[in-house]
Design a protein around this ligand. Sequence first.
Ligand SMILES: Cc1cc2nc3c(=O)[nH]c(=O)nc-3n(C[C@H](O)[C@H](O)[C@H](O)COP(=O)(O)O)c2cc1C
Length: 184
Amino acid sequence: MPLDTIETIRTRYSCRAFTEKIPGDSDLQTIAQAGVCAPSGMNRQPWRVIVLKNQELMQDLEREGMKNLAALPDRSIYERILSRGGKLYYNAPCMMLIPVAENALLDCGIVTENIALSAASLGIDSLICGLAQFSFAGEQGETFKEKLRFPVGYDLGIAVLLGYAEKAGAVPHTPDMDKILWIQ
Ligand SMILES: Cc1cc2nc3c(=O)[nH]c(=O)nc-3n(C[C@H](O)[C@H](O)[C@H](O)COP(=O)(O)O)c2cc1C
């Protein structure tokens, strides 16, 4: 039974250690459809939702992302990933990539949250992965875009890793209720 919406929003959290188990295609299709149900400015729907299950391609993206992060003058992000186990994609067994048209990052964010929340409601763990950008930042970026069938002129907005947590019981960040202001 899918979780109630508010409960889903409250309990979704970022998973950083996945098992090898791949969510079923029917669940992945439901999640991808939730993604493309997102509203968009002037209903442009300036995105694709690419469901990636190909392990070889995921490993290539991972390797390239880590290589590009290691080459940055500031190695703090790279070191942080190393301290978390050295995996940009945390061994996720599949992911959804969201390429978007220029200036469509707000729309992309809404697709992303739809994906993360619908996954959570189906009992599938996720991680929104902005650092996936680095898989596309080097010389292999265009090749990956072709392999993943990005439309011409689209760049990666973000990726969402999907799967099942190695350990149950993780919780989301503590929301800061002081950030809610009421002006009566
Ligand atoms: C736009 C965006 C990009 C993110 N990129 C990454 C990322 O590349 N790697 C990562 O481990 N977490 C990433 N996160 C997850 C955040 O770190 C996480 O949402 C935050 O710490 C709050 O924790 P929670 O999601 O468990 O509530 C990203 C989240 C968002 C919204």
